[in-house]
Ligand binder design. Structure first.
Ligand SMILES: [Fe+2]
Length: 419
């Protein structure tokens, strides 16, 4: 498991690219060695640090190595990007002055303003990465038996433990918060780690959450080690086995294309879990819904068993809802997902909400509902729900701006009577 030389080269190019562009853009103005030294010095420091981190991470790649890379990437974004914005504004001002002989200082000021804005957003996002919100959502379920009224599911998602710089208090606060809701069920909807089983070495103790009906987890796209290179397929397989084992050690029952039934009184809840199923060709689909759903069909056919009051599916990628679930499995009442992180960046004010995530995912944050196809279901007018949790962690740089980490508390209620 080594950081390949191509990766190091990529980091070096990424560090130097802005400096090279600046050099090309300003070569007429650079007259002394000081001009050149100033232009390249910051990038050089970052390039050397990146190189150091790359070499350090090779023997072997460790959690500390990952954190070092993450910190360097963040510092790079905090320093180089604002510097580039400032230079761009200044270059535009200089070009207009040279070509049109007009002094429009506004472009230089705009460059400075944008540089300050980006640096400010990055700093706030760094602080906000460990802030979280609790959302309590009522899910109306048709023909809900009394035994399941108020049934409470606590959901968290996308912990990305390998990315979490100094996150012990953050995770413990989340655990303590969930405990105060005394959930009936505790679920984790994928992406426990980024790539490597060792990210679970210092994992939070989610087993402190004692939900009445247990804790269940599914695999996310990051939990397969697909985003790194491996010396052999056996090494990748061993990593996967260790990840699954680690998730189980945290107190979760892993639902890999499987289902369990939770009985209350004379009825039961079907909890189905499918492996990550992204929409090809950009994401792999490991999950097999038919295998996962087979147990539900068998349960329904056995008249000696309690009838199923509600069906809940855990599936990491919300795109799976439109891809297969909504029409292919219309009896599923509620699908719980994560994956989007709300792009770790967004603006929300009263009814307004915006995030780059909305250009990638049709459903990316919160509760969505849709009527089932009557012809495909034996329960006409049944409503489908999808809930997308924006996750706990982050990937890339330590940053979440306007998109706080989320704990979801989902409560089953009877629907309001139609007028
Ligand atoms: Fe994720």
């Amino acid at each position: 498991m080594a950081l390949r030389w191509q990766t190091i080269l990529f980091f070096l190019l990424a560090c130097y690219f802005p400096s090279i562009v600046r050099y090309i853009r300003h070569f007429r103005y650079f007259k002394t060695w000081k001009d050149y030294a100033l232009n390249f010095s910051v990038s050089t420091v970052f390039a050397l640090l990146m190189l150091f981190a790359g070499i350090r991470s090779q023997y072997p790649l460790t959690l500390r190595g990952l954190h070092l890379l993450e910190a360097l990437l963040y510092l790079y974004a905090l320093v180089i990007i604002p510097m580039d914005l400032y230079w761009m504004g200044y270059a535009l001002y200089g070009t207009i002055k040279r070509v049109f002989h007009r002094k429009q200082r506004i472009w230089a000021y705009l460059g400075g303003f944008m540089a300050a804005l980006v640096a400010g957003v990055l700093l706030v996002g760094f602080v906000e990465r460990h802030e979280y919100m609790v959302r309590v959502i009522e899910i109306p379920i048709e023909n809900l038996p009394e035994a399941f009224e108020g049934y409470t599911i606590a959901q968290i998602s996308d912990a990305h433990l390998g990315s979490s710089l100094i996150a012990h208090k953050f995770h413990q606060d989340i655990i303590d918060t969930i405990k105060t809701f005394h959930p009936d069920l505790f679920v984790f909807t994928g992406d426990m780690i980024n790539n490597y089983a060792f990210e679970l070495d210092d994992a939070p103790d989610f087993s402190q959450i004692k939900a009445k009906d247990g804790a269940f987890a599914i695999m996310g796209n990051h939990d397969y080690g697909d985003y790194s290179s491996w010396t052999s397929s056996q090494a990748k397989f061993d990593n996967l086995q260790a990840i699954e084992q680690g998730i189980r050690h945290m107190g979760f029952t892993l639902l890999n294309d499987s289902a369990v039934f939770i009985t209350r009184g004379t009825s039961c809840l079907a909890l189905i879990g499918v492996q990550n199923c992204g929409v090809p060709p950009f994401f792999k689909c490991y999950g097999d819904m038919n295998t996962a759903y087979k147990k539900v069909l068998e349960h329904e056919q056995n008249k000696a068993l309690e009838p199923i009051a509600a069906q809940v599916l855990l599936s990491h990628d919300p795109s799976h809802w439109d891809y297969e679930v909504r029409e292919g499995f219309p009896d599923i009442d509620l699908m719980l997902s994560g994956h989007t992180h709300g792009a770790q960046f967004g603006l929300k004010y009263k009814g307004f909400r915006w995030s780059p995530s909305q250009y990638i995912f049709k459903e990316w944050d919160g509760l969505y509902m849709d009527q089932a196809l009557v012809s495909a279901s034996d329960k006409p007018n049944k409503v489908h729900y999808l809930y997308v949790n924006v996750g706990l962690g982050y990937v890339g740089i330590p940053f979440r701006f306007g998109m706080k980490a989320e704990v979801s508390i989902l409560r089953f209620v009877k629907p309001l009577k139609k007028q």
